[in-house]
Design a protein around this ligand. Structure first.
Ligand SMILES: *[C@@H]1O[C@H](CO)[C@@H](O)[C@H](O)[C@H]1NC(C)=O
Ligand SMILES: *[C@@H]1O[C@H](CO)[C@@H](O)[C@H](O)[C@H]1NC(C)=O
Ligand SMILES: *[C@@H]1O[C@H](CO)[C@@H](O)[C@H](O)[C@H]1NC(C)=O
Ligand SMILES: *[C@@H]1O[C@H](CO)[C@@H](O)[C@H](O)[C@H]1NC(C)=O
Length: 180
């Protein structure tokens, strides 16, 4: 009986640096007003701690701390510990471009060596997208018109060649007819 008590007794286990922090849509191109979801997982120790999210925006000297996000747990019997999982969704704004998202177990959140950091988030500005589309339109539309024009001219030339005549007087009226 004493053996059973010993076996079912768990010592406290210290939390660790989260194993992973990743973005749900890794290959998405984000623009303003899009929602980006980040997922963080790792050993949160025993007794289990909460995962805390922080957002460090470029040019801001303090990071925004988000303590309201729920942490879900899976108990790992073998290690007497808990794996915590948390998911943060933010609606992106232009301020979030190049922001770094991080997560850590609450008691370790101020220890940078125990915090997991994301890659800087790329947020395409709708203003820039507008400019790029405008520039493309200015380049692409005349190009397409030029191609169509040349294509049409090519067709006319082909037709004229297939008339199999050496009399130029016969070609000229045909050309004027086609181009009107
Ligand atoms: C982003 O999230 C907000 C708040 O949860 C929601 O109202 C909005 O519809 C979402 N936008 C998109 C594009 O899913
Ligand atoms: C952050 O910057 C503001 C001014 O932008 C300044 O007042 C504040 O002291 C700074 N805080 C820290 C922790 O450096
Ligand atoms: C982390 O630092 C902040 C501000 O310096 C402080 O308010 C907070 O209590 C600290 N958290 C922990 C877990 O030490
Ligand atoms: C941060 O965590 C590491 C690893 O647990 C530890 O060695 C270090 O002393 C901690 N630093 C601070 C400032 O608490």
């Amino acid at each position: 009986m004493s053996l059973l008590v010993i076996l079912s007794f768990c010592f406290t286990v210290p939390p660790e640096k989260p194993d992973t922090l990743y973005m749900k849509d890794t290959f998405a191109l984000f623009k303003e007003t899009d929602n980006a979801t980040f997922i963080c997982e790792g050993n949160v120790g025993n007794p289990k701690g909460k995962l805390i999210w922080q957002t460090q925006r470029k040019g801001e000297n303090v990071s925004e701390v988000n303590t309201d996000i729920q942490t879900d747990y899976i108990k790992i019997e073998k290690y007497c510990s808990y794996v915590g999982m948390s998911s943060l969704t933010i609606t992106l704004s232009d301020k979030d471009n190049q922001a770094v998202i991080s997560c850590a177990e609450e008691s370790l959140m101020n220890n940078t060596t125990m915090v997991r950091y994301s890659q800087p988030v790329n947020v395409l500005s709708t203003y820039i997208i507008g400019i790029v589309c405008g520039v493309l339109a200015v380049i692409v539309i005349p190009f397409v018109v030029w191609i169509l024009y040349n294509h049409k001219r090519g067709l006319i030339n082909k037709r004229n060649n297939s008339t199999e005549t050496n009399n130029p007087s016969l070609i000229t009226p045909q050309l004027t007819k086609l181009s009107t």
